[in-house]
Design a protein around this ligand. Structure first.
Ligand code: HPA
Ligand code: ZN
Length: 338
């Protein structure tokens, strides 16, 4: 219909997509075959593409999803695996009128199985160079995330290597974040890692919180880690004081509506506090998270929000403008996007 057309045409920014979350079951099997990776024999979900697709439809929680996500990413071996994966995402995003994309990746689970940080970034950067030619209206940045299921010292090792690569300084990397399991991973565990990032001059800091965990984790991430953004952050709405603080400090929430439904955080998109965030003046963007797992890229997420909330075109313009304002690109690029 008319609004679908409008949402498709609306210039969008994506701030919350994990490149490893764009591996479809079909691609997983073809990469496993190409790279001679054996998939778990004891889980019938790995019996076929359709069995795996069916399993993805009955996730019970974030951790249930992460189990499959970390197995799947272990099929990425060469720089060209990372290049193809990244380029495919970029061309899909471009086709949905994404004009600016900030892409998460998880260096640690790759490095711990012998794939170097240099291999990952060489592949992703090659995709960006190709996109600069083929998809010129799209600006692209990368954000490494520490993963919370691995010990904190491993996060320090990863950050040290990434800082020494010079990729924060040269602009290849736009910021630093954290992902993976949330419950029992209070922000206080990561103060030393974020202090190291700050000492290295990294100011664009973010963290996944308030996806499954309480508003208190979001509040403490703001004060203990100096993050400027919160990935998900949906449960912030449970604390009205925190909502005011998010608005006052222009802290952006990178919401992922379909992800929250598929991982059983909420029953339906309309149960998300998106109207509250909009009315309270909280900056937020609408994103896909792990599109190959959750059955929707960014446009499907915009459409799901429209179906749930019936926003006006004016409200959509506000959402689009706020997501540009919250982007981690240069002032010049922001002006071009606006
Ligand atoms: N939450 C936490 N970690 C993740 C996610 C998520 O939604 N997707 C990929 N890693
Ligand atoms: Zn995420």
């Amino acid at each position: 219909d008319k609004l679908h057309h409008f949402l498709h045409a609306l210039p969008k920014c994506e701030h919350h997509v994990h490149i490893e979350g764009t591996i479809s079951p079909e691609l997983l099997f073809s990469l496993a075959a190409k790279n001679s990776i054996s998939l778990p024999q004891d889980d019938p979900a790995f019996g076929s593409v359709s069995a795996l697709e069916a399993r993805y439809k009955v996730f019970t929680s974030l951790d249930d999803f992460l189990h499959y996500y970390f197995i799947s990413m272990s099929c990425l071996i060469t720089a060209s695996d990372f290049e193809d994966l990244t380029y495919n995402y970029l061309s899909h995003a471009h086709g949905q009128n994404v004009h600016h994309a900030e892409i998460f990746f998880d260096p640690q689970p790759h490095m711990s199985r012998g794939v170097s940080y240099q291999t990952i970034i060489a592949g992703m950067d090659a995709a960006r160079m190709r996109a600069a030619v083929d998809l010129p209206k799209l600006s692209i940045e990368f954000i490494p995330c520490l993963v919370r299921h691995l010990p904190v010292p491993a996060a320090h090792d990863m950050l040290a290597e990434v800082i020494s690569s010079g990729h924060f300084a040269d602009g290849t990397l736009a910021g630093f974040g954290m992902s993976s399991t949330e419950i029992a991973k209070h922000p206080s565990l990561y103060t030393s890692v974020y202090e190291t990032a700050k000492a290295a001059g990294i100011t664009n800091l973010t963290a996944h919180y308030g996806e499954e965990g309480p508003a208190e984790y979001v509040r403490d991430a703001l004060s203990l880690l100096s993050v400027r953004r919160i990935d998900h952050g949906r449960r912030s709405a449970e604390d009205p004081d925190l909502v005011r603080k998010l608005a006052e400090t222009s802290t952006m929430l990178t919401l992922c509506p379909i992800s929250n439904v598929v991982l059983k955080g909420v029953e339906r998109v309309q149960d998300l506090p998106i109207r509250e965030f909009l009315d309270a003046g909280v900056l937020f963007s609408i994103n896909s998270d792990d599109p190959a797992y959750f059955g929707g890229y960014i446009l499907e997420n915009y459409c799901a929000v429209q179906e749930a909330f019936g926003f006006t075109m004016n409200e959509w313009e506000t959402i689009a403008t706020r997501s540009i304002r919250g982007s981690w690109c240069s002032v010049e690029r922001k002006e071009a996007l606006l």
